[in-house]
Design a protein around this ligand. Sequence first.
Ligand code: SAH
Length: 347
Amino acid sequence: MIDLKSMTPEEISGVLKELGAPAFRGKQVFAWLHKGAACFEEMSDLPKALREKLGEHCFITVPKVARKQVSRQDGTIKYLWELADGNCIESVLMRYHHGNTVCISSQVGCRMGCAFCASTIAGKVRDLTPAEMLDQVLFTQLDSGLEISNIVLMGIGEPMDNLDNVLRFLQLVNHPAGMNIGMRHISLSTCGVVPGIRRLAQLKTQLTLSVSLHAPDGETRSKIMPVNRAYPVEELFAACHDYFRETGRRISFEYAMIDGVNDQDWQADLIASRIKGMPGHVNLIPLNDVVESPFKPSGRIAAFQRRLESHGVTATVRRSLGGDIDASCGQLRRKAMEEAKRGEKPL
Ligand code: SAH
């Protein structure tokens, strides 16, 4: 069976040609899929015979809302989606002044092993297809009735570990005949997979690259982020400097403040010296308490921010949204999995 929603209009035309239909139908089918059509029957401007043929050879992904939590504090909505094979992933809709932003997952689980992160505890199950990433944007918009203007690839999974599918997803969601969300409205976050950063730099896209730094020194970083053993922080910064030279785009460094681990002044000094030469921006994040992790939130955020700024590095503190609804990555999926295991609530 063919996954039509993971295809461009031209590729869909190719499939239609094989089925004996004219190429111009490709754009029509693409438009229907990107409006959220759940079956070929709905595609009322296609001949009935073609709709039937499509149904025999192709499928359309439609995620089910397994759980939905709406924050009473700030209107943040967290979705747990059930995919066709029964796996579950999360997306979060955040309502910012600059527009509604959806945070989407790129994999079912994650194999990067960051010590403070809930998404990676049970490892990676599989990559998401381009259609499954698009669906998170599309069905969040349809279900909530809120127009999505921004996307961040910061949910479950490591986008650089599924880069082919991620790039195709970007092409689809950016398409004028589809959701038409501009690259400048999209951010991609990586834990520091250097070859992925280098590949993205070559493509010279206008998206915003976020790098989850969390420690500027190799010793600390290797302890909390195993990826640092494969791609040491020196190589990571070299790739970031090259990325800026190639694309002219400022990089955002994510930094979750962990008590006594990465919150010391000398670490702020080291961040500043490594960023020197490019307009980096550091986003300080109050650590989310993950039940399974030994790390505690740091009380030094304001002092660390001042220290960075004393070196001329811009640093902001991330406003936390959805604190009342398990909105931080991986937590809802984990909770639902644990509850299902204990037989409490079916997924
Ligand atoms: N794999 C990608 C994207 C997903 S994680 C990456 O690593 O960037 C999204 C962000 O949440 C990353 O910056 C990640 O390091 C951060 N994060 C994970 N667990 C966290 C926690 N307990 N508290 C605060 N931020 C956390």
